[in-house]
Structures are given as C-alpha cells and as structure tokens.
Design a protein around this ligand. Structure first.
Ligand code: FES
Length: 154
C-alpha cells in the first residue's frame, strides 16, 4: 500500500461519521418498528350503551334530537322512547317532518313510528331500548332494538 492509496484524514473522518449516522438511523428505525409492533391496532369506538341525562331533561311532549348519537328521544304521554335518525336507505340523518320523518337525501318518508311511508328506504327506522340507570339517568342501548310499542315509564 502506498501513501497515495490512503485517503486524507478529514475525508476518512467524515466518511466514518456518515457511516455512524446511517447505522444509527437504521437502528432507530428498527427499534421504532419493533416497539410499534407491540402496540395493538385497536379502534376504540364510543360505547353503544350510554346515558343521555335525567328524564327531567326531556320535558313532557318534547322531541329531542341528539345529533352526536343520531337519535330522537320522545317523551310521549305513555313514556319515553328513542328512534334512530339514520335513514335505512343510505344513512342520511332524517329530519322531523310533520308527525313523522323525512330524509333530505332521496326523499324517503317515515311515519311517526318510523315505518316507511315512501321509499326508497327499505326498512323502518330503528327503535332502541331505553332504561333507567341506578343513578336515575336515561340509558340508550344501541345493541338492543325494540318494537314501536316500547315505552319507558320514568
Ligand atoms: S339516504 Fe334517505 S332516502 Fe336515501
């Protein structure tokens, strides 16, 4: 080996530094991927059973729309009941229209019980179970559909 084959010291040092940075970056990437692998890929959905407040929040005769839950809560003469605002055609929010509901997207109409009065919606609006919690809160259970005769007396 002649003196001409050896790189000058500053060049060797900078090449060594670049090599160290590359190895460090590769190691950091490997460790990040390894630790990310240990974290489960889980989507946390809001609970399908939730309280909506005390019965006193729903005055007699009132129809209350809960937009974040996409739900209408009625306090009728026979008790409380909850009807989904999700149109069974393509999922738009139905609006109150007269005694029933109208879908602004494609014109479906539902009667006051959520039954289809005019398509294209293929099915009635869902009714969900309501109950009273031990803390006197109204609780909706989206996993429990009920018939339109359901009423909760609170
Ligand atoms: S989404 Fe309601 S009629 Fe189409």
């Amino acid at each position: 080996m002649t003196k001409k084959d050896v790189l000058p010291d500053p060049v060797r040092r900078s090449m060594f530094a670049i090599g160290c940075i590359a190895v460090g970056a590769a190691t950091a990437g490997f460790l990040a991927a390894t630790f990310r692998f240990l974290v489960p890929n889980v989507l946390y959905e809001p609970s399908r059973r939730f309280d909506i407040g005390p019965p006193s929040d729903f005055p007699p005769g009132a129809v209350t729309f809960l937009p974040d839950r996409r739900l209408y809560v009625f306090n009728g003469p026979d008790g409380f009941y909850a009807i989904s605002s999700i149109c069974t055609h393509l999922g738009c929010n139905v609006k109150r229209g007269g005694p029933g509901f109208e879908c602004p997207c494609h014109g479906s109409r539902f009667d006051e019980n959520g039954q289809v009065a005019q398509g294209p919606a293929p099915k009635a609006l869902a009714w969900y179970a309501l109950s009273l919690s031990p803390h006197a809160q109204l609780v909706v259970d989206l996993d429990q559909q009920v018939s339109p005769e359901f009423r909760l007396r609170a």
